[in-house]
Ligand binder design. Sequence first.
Ligand SMILES: [Zn+2]
Length: 89
Amino acid sequence: MGWNKPDKLREVAYDEPMATPAPVLCIEKERLIRAFAHAALEYNRLTSIRVAALLKGDQPPPQGAIADAETRKENAKYAVLAHQDEHGC
Ligand SMILES: [Zn+2]
């Protein structure tokens, strides 16, 4: 079957790693973004728990814990923005 060859070539082209070019990331920026993602997740987790508790009439987590998590999230966000300013990346 002479037509097998083009099909195989197409498969190879599709599997080429070039399809997902890895961006060159600043290690510090990556660290800051990861810290922000973690802080944002924690804040979202606490607010979800609070909403669920309020809806069920349960005791919600203390407001102070949520405020602390929000502060950590905001600080992490500004750290990323400050890094973008200083580094341009
Ligand atoms: Zn950087």
